[in-house]
Write a protein that binds this ligand. Structure first.
Ligand code: AMP
Ligand code: MG
Length: 345
C-alpha cells in the first residue's frame, strides 16, 4: 500500500514529511512535487533503491537520473572538477529549475549515472521538495514520476491516477509552477552545453556565464537519436491520441485544422486542438487552451496532453511556438509528443 500524504506548500505538515523521509531512508521510493514536474525519488547512493525507480517507471536502464540536493555543499561530495562557471550557475539559479552535469565521484553508483562518468545534479526550489530532502538528508535521485514514455506529471491528480501502488509513498502537493522539466546543462567541457531546454533559457544563462551552446542534436530531428542526454532518444510525452503540430501562417493554420477536423469526424475520429487563449474561437472543434503566454503554456502543456486521454481524443493538433527563449523548451516537448510530425501549411 502506498502512503499518501497531502501537503500544502504554504503550510507544510512536518509529521507527514517525516513519514515520507523515513521511507526514502529505508531504501524505498517516494513521489514528491517540485517546481518543474513531480519526481519519483529514491536514495541516489543506494543501487537497490535506485533500481526501484527504473522498475516503477518501466524506464530503460541506460537513462541516467537527476540527483536532487537541498544544500550546495552536497555537490562537493557527489562531483569533482567544479568550474567557476558551474559555481556561477549554482549561485545564480539554485534553488531552481536547472540541472548541471559534472564529473562524478565514486560515491555515485553506476545505476544512478546510467554507467556514465558524469552525474546530473539539481537543487529544487519547491518548499515541499526542500523540506523532504532536508529531512531525508540524502541525495535523492528523481526522474519525472510518470510511466516511461508518458507525459510528465504536473498536477497531484496525475501522479495519483498513474502511480498509486507503484511506489511506497506519494506526496500530493498541488500544481507544479513551471510545468516543464529542468534545463539540463553540461558543464564538463569548456563551453557549457544545453542538453535539454527548460524554463531557464540559453539567454538567461548567457547573461551570467557567456556563450552557451545547444546540443546540435536537439535542433535536428534526424540527429535526435544521437542526443547526448541519453533520455532524449526515447519516445516521450505521448498521450494515447496521435499528436500533430500545425505550422505556418495563422489564418492558413485555422483553415487547415478546421478542414482536418471535418475530415476526421466523417471517419468517426474525435479531434482536439491545443491553442493559445486568443485563438480558441478560431477552430470548429474542441479546443484545449494552453494559456495566454509562454509561461502559462509551459505550465499547462503536460496537463493538456494528459487530459486528451480522458476525453478519448483520437487526434490532437497543436499550434506551433517560436523556437527561442521559453518557446524552445515548449517546442522541444511538443515535437517529441508529436513524434516530430509537423503539418506545414
Ligand atoms: P528526467 O529525470 O526523467 O527528467 O530525465 C533526466 C534527463 O537528464 C534525461 O534526459 C537524462 O538523459 C539527462 N541526464 C541525466 N544524467 C545525465 C548525464 N550524466 N549526462 C547527460 N545527461 C544526463
Ligand atoms: Mg522524464
Amino acid at each position: 500500500m502506498t502512503l499518501i500524504s497531502k501537503i500544502d506548500e504554504n503550510n507544510i505538515n512536518k509529521d507527514e514529511i517525516k513519514k515520507q523521509a523515513k521511507i526514502l531512508r529505508a531504501g524505498d521510493t517516494v513521489i514528491f512535487p517540485t517546481e518543474t514536474v513531480y519526481g519519483l525519488g529514491a536514495n541516489a547512493l543506494d543501487e537497490n533503491a535506485v533500481s526501484k525507480i527504473y522498475e516503477a517507471k518501466g524506464r530503460p536502464s541506460d537513462n541516467p537520473l537527476i540527483v536532487h540536493i537541498y544544500d550546495k555543499n552536497q555537490v562537493h561530495k557527489l562531483a569533482k572538477d567544479i568550474s567557476d562557471k558551474a559555481n556561477l550557475v549554482m549561485d545564480n539559479f539554485w534553488p531552481g529549475p536547472i540541472t548541471i552535469i559534472l564529473n562524478k565521484k565514486d560515491i555515485i553508483p553506476d545505476r544512478t549515472s546510467g554507467g556514465l562518468s558524469t552525474v546530473a545534479i539539481r537543487m529544487p526550489s519547491n518548499a515541499i521538495a526542500r523540506e523532504l530532502l532536508r529531512e531525508t538528508d540524502l541525495p535523492i535521485a528523481a526522474p519525472s514520476a510518470n510511466i516511461s514514455g508518458r507525459p510528465s506529471p504536473t498536477r497531484a491528480k496525475h501522479v495519483y491516477e498513474e502511480m498509486n501502488n507503484r511506489v511506497e509513498g506519494i506526496i500530493l502537493g498541488g500544481d507544479c509552477t513551471f510545468g516543464l522539466e529542468s534545463t539540463v546543462l553540461d558543464m564538463t567541457g569548456d563551453i557549457p552545453t544545453i542538453l535539454r531546454p527548460g524554463s531557464i533559457t540559453k539567454e538567461d544563462l548567457e547573461g551570467i556565464i557567456g556563450t552557451v551552446n545547444i546540443d546540435p542534436a536537439l535542433e535536428r530531428q534526424e540527429d535526435n537519436i544521437k542526443a547526448k542526454a541519453p533520455g532524449m532518444k526515447y519516445t516521450h510525452y505521448s498521450p494515447n491520441a496521435e499528436v500533430f503540430i500545425v505550422s505556418g501562417d495563422e489564418e492558413k493554420v485555422f483553415q487547415k485544422v478546421n478542414d482536418l477536423i471535418d475530415n476526421n469526424s466523417k471517419q468517426g475520429l474525435k479531434s482536439a486542438v491545443l491553442c493559445i487563449d486568443k485563438n480558441k474561437d478560431k477552430y470548429k472543434g474542441d479546443t484545449i487552451v494552453l494559456g495566454q503566454n509562454l509561461e502559462e503554456v509551459a505550465s499547462n502543456l503536460f496537463d493538456a496532453l494528459i487530459s486528451t486521454d480522458k476525453e478519448k481524443y483520437d487526434i490532437v493538433y497543436s499550434e506551433e511556438f517560436s523556437n527561442g527563449g521559453l518557446g524552445r523548451a515548449i517546442m522541444n516537448r511538443l515535437l517529441k509528443s508529436a513524434g516530430y510530425k509537423i503539418i506545414k501549411v
